[in-house]
Design a binder for this molecule. Structure first.
Ligand code: PEP
Ligand code: MN
Length: 363
């Protein structure tokens, strides 16, 4: 259910409606928009008395949302969500594209710094790297764990890059939340509902990757799990799905970008590295992703990919990455968007990232 407040409704009135909803045992999610605030109501199994709600002060309209997802939907929030990283020029979902790059795994301090220095110089704003790796084989490199996260935190200090790293379970989530700026939930965990709930209780932006056989609706429902816990800073990521083809590791489904944008206000970025699995296809599909309207890219880069402990075959060289940034910047301009020159840290801050409008919290 969605409660649309009047344009002139006061903060007091919005709070009173939220309190009323919570007193009925439901959850209220106030979502301020440019024109008016809408309040998403979740947790209601049966019907809520619509007439009573309509009579509350400041309420313009009460709408039943028939779709299974609500908070991710444009019905609830018309404007695009823009996620900001306080103290920096980094945003996701705004005019500027978010460019994330780094190795698949953090292997050593030297490796991570070598890659970070070059991707920062090329214009990336986010450094990606796995400290906890969900590997198909239990004998494959599983990541450096907390040591890897500490290296990434050092990289933020040295280059300003914002840190994105994957949490694979509840235990690693606590550490990733502590060290990183953005928590990645990988394809294999897209439907790990207990992990989705837990990441929804954190206050850091979440990069939610599409499961390898997930439909658009399943992806949106996974995001809904996170938002329903009160974390509205979710970025979706297309990383390819399993098909019958064998010329690529996965089939990168770029059509999901406009499909998501039609239904949801959440930003969506594209990962052509896992999407193709092959170095020679990463840059062409990165260009295509920007052309199709993605809000950013996440790219695996390694200075010595033939020695990488994971995903070397799909990791591009730093120089290829630098050239790619120049190309996608030109493509972005045609679409009236841009690729920022790189990360700028205006002030060191302990503030958490915010969505475009501060979302009043009632819980
Ligand atoms: C990764 O980003 O390194 C990764 C494991 O991605 P995915 O979950 O998309 O396979
Ligand atoms: Mn990888």
């Amino acid at each position: 259910m969605l409660i649309v407040m009047k344009k002139q409704a006061s903060a007091e009135e919005i709070r009173a409606v939220c309190e009323h909803i919570e007193s009925l045992g439901f959850r209220a999610h106030p979502l301020p928009g440019a024109q008016r605030t809408a309040i998403g109501v979740t947790g209601n199994q049966g019907a809520v008395d619509q007439d009573t709600l309509e009579e509350l002060s400041g309420v313009a309209e009460v709408i039943r949302v028939s779709k299974p997802y609500k908070l991710v939907s444009r019905d609830v929030k018309e404007e695009d969500t823009v996620i900001r990283f306080p103290g920096t020029n980094a945003t996701i979902g705004g005019k500027g594209l978010a460019i994330m790059a780094g190795p698949c795994s953090i292997e050593t301090r030297e490796q991570a710094f070598a890659v970070a220095e070059q991707i920062a110089a090329a214009g990336a704003q986010f450094f990606r790297g796995g400290a906890y790796k969900p590997r198909t084989s239990p004998y494959a490199f599983q990541g450096l764990g907390e040591e890897g996260l500490k290296i990434m935190a050092e990289i933020r200090g040295a280059f300003g890059l914002r840190i994105v790293s994957e949490a694979i379970d509840h235990e690693s989530l606590k550490l990733v939340e502590h060290y990183a700026d953005m928590i990645q939930i990988g394809a294999r965990n897209m439907q790990n509902y207990s992990l989705l709930r837990e990441v929804g209780r954190t206050r850091k932006p979440v990069l939610l990757k599409r499961g390898m056989a997930a439909t658009l609706e399943e992806l949106l429902m996974a995001a809904e799990y996170i938002m329903n816990e009160g974390n509205y800073q979710v970025v979706l990521c297309e990383r390819g799905v399993r098909t019958f083809v064998d010329h690529t590791r996965n089939t990168l489904d770029l059509s999901i970008v406009p499909a998501v944008q039609r239904l949801s206000h959440l930003p969506i970025i594209v990962d052509p590295s896992h999407g193709t699995g092959k170095r020679n296809k990463v840059v062409p599909l990165a260009r295509a992703a920007v052309a199709v309207g993605a809000d950013g890219l996440i790219i695996e880069v390694h200075h010595q990919p033939d020695r990488a402990l994971s995903d070397g075959a799909q990791s591009i060289y730093p120089q290829q990455f630098a050239d790619m940034v120049g190309e996608v910047r030109q493509i972005a301009r045609i679409l009236h968007r841009d690729v920022p020159d790189g990360i700028r840290v205006e002030r060191q801050t302990a503030d958490l990232a915010t969505v475009d409008e501060p979302v009043a919290r009632t819980r």
